[in-house]
Design a protein around this ligand. Structure first.
Ligand SMILES: [Zn+2]
Length: 413
């Protein structure tokens, strides 16, 4: 049994209170830099201060709450997540990790337990990347992974990031001051909801994350010939949308049947001129592949290029494949996975290994510190939706294992 039981009702109360900020019948709206996001940040800072943490906002807008360790020459162990949401999102994505981290520190303080390492609770800003279409902005700033494109990004109305960052206490002109060098943090530990169905289906309490998925995004442009829908015989048509439709099915088959990589999704499709009485002369599809195995992603790209070449020949159209993004997968080190499993066992909980199909702040921080992640079940595997739900008991379990993991890391590093 756990040495220091966390206060599950109190944790769930903070999740509820945070969940009222930006709440609407359509879901949670705490898009980064919005008034609702700022309300959520203010609530988080207030909770940290009530818990006895010394708070600061770094120049990237990340909220950091620190508790001294018994040996302040040691680097801090960081725990946390994010409180921004996608539009019409859920109450648990990110929020659980931040609220649970604060609960962990509250419990340690109440129990009079002083860790050797300083503890930092971090609420990373703009994990979701909704407004400027650039994600993990806070955690990548801290890890020194921010690119010029992130700083130059504008929203759909042409506004830049600078004033938004100022609104939340950051400073774009000094954003590099938020960078932490490798070694400055002893470890980073993140609790998150699974956002997928595996733990819920198997009835397992804790997911030990093996790695965070890599992602390859492509835009495929098909050039056929626009012509009259009434007068052009079927045999001579070069219908770009028909070729696109064949590709959609072939890309689905690549994963659903051939299992070349874990998942594939064609999420967007365009036809030009998109008129009912014109044979589409041009079409494009946007698609992505995800897998924690980079070899599988490379194989998926190769197969995509093979089927597009074949379709071009068969249909008499021109096809161009453009690779837009290729995000590397981030593995969790085996010794860090073992530490999470040990923490779950110490708490008397069942666990299984799971891959993360979604991206997380932990993947950025992994470049400057040893990183571990644990998941709790998402009911029906639903996330980024108002229906996102994890039971109060599962949220409490996650916080309990996070506390145990923190104590193990404090002894180990
Ligand atoms: Zn998240």
């Amino acid at each position: 049994m756990p040495q220091y039981p966390i206060n599950t009702p109190r944790l769930n109360q903070t999740l509820d209170e945070l969940g009222h900020l930006g709440e609407s019948p359509d879901g949670m709206d705490r898009v980064a830099y919005s008034p609702e996001d700022i309300a959520g940040r203010d609530y988080t800072i207030k909770l940290m201060q009530q818990a006895g943490l010394e708070t600061r906002i770094d120049t990237a807008g990340n909220i950091i709450g620190r508790r001294a360790g018994s040996d302040d020459t040691l680097p801090a162990i960081a725990i946390g997540s994010h409180t921004d949401t996608v539009p019409k999102g859920g109450k648990y994505d990110g929020a659980l990790g931040v609220m649970a981290s604060i609960e962990v520190v509250r419990t340690l303080i109440e129990q009079g337990h002083q860790t050797r390492h300083p503890i930092e609770v971090i609420s990373f800003t703009n994990e979701e990347g909704t407004r400027f279409h650039r994600w993990l902005v806070g955690s990548r700033s801290m890890a020194g992974l921010l690119e010029q494109e992130d700083l130059d990004a504008v929203d759909d109305d042409g506004y830049g990031l600078g004033p938004c960052l100022a609104d939340i206490g950051g400073d774009i002109s000094r954003i590099t001051e938020a960078v932490r060098a490798p070694g400055e943090l002893a470890a980073y530990l993140e609790l998150h909801i699974e956002q997928g169905p595996y733990l819920y289906r198997s009835g397992t309490q804790i997911g030990v994350v093996t790695g965070i998925t890599g992602r390859a995004v492509f835009e495929v442009e098909i050039e056929g010939k626009a012509n009259h829908a009434g007068t052009t015989p079927m045999a001579v048509r070069r219908d770009a949308l028909v070729s696109a439709a064949k590709l959609v099915l072939a890309i689905q088959k690549m994963t659903a049947e051939q299992e070349i990589c874990r998942v594939s999704t064609v999420g967007s499709i365009k036809a030009v001129p998109n008129a009912v009485n014109v044979i589409p002369g041009r079409a494009s599809i946007g698609l992505e592949f995800r897998d924690t195995d980079m070899g599988a992603l490379a194989a998926a790209e190769q197969e995509l290029r093979r089927i597009t070449d074949q379709t071009a020949v068969n249909d008499g159209v021109d096809i161009e494949v453009n690779r837009h993004r290729f995000t590397s997968s981030v593995p969790v080190a085996p010794d860090m996975q073992a530490l999470v499993a040990e923490a779950a066992e110490n708490c008397g909980m069942t666990w299984e290994s799971v891959a993360s199909g979604a991206g997380h702040d932990a993947q950025a921080i992994a470049s400057i510190a040893p990183m571990a992640m644990l998941f709790v079940p998402s009911v029906d595997g639903i996330s980024h939706s108002p229906e996102e739900y994890s039971t109060p008991e599962d949220c409490g379990n996650g916080a309990q294992v996070l506390l145990e993991l923190l104590l193990l890391a404090d002894g180990r590093f």
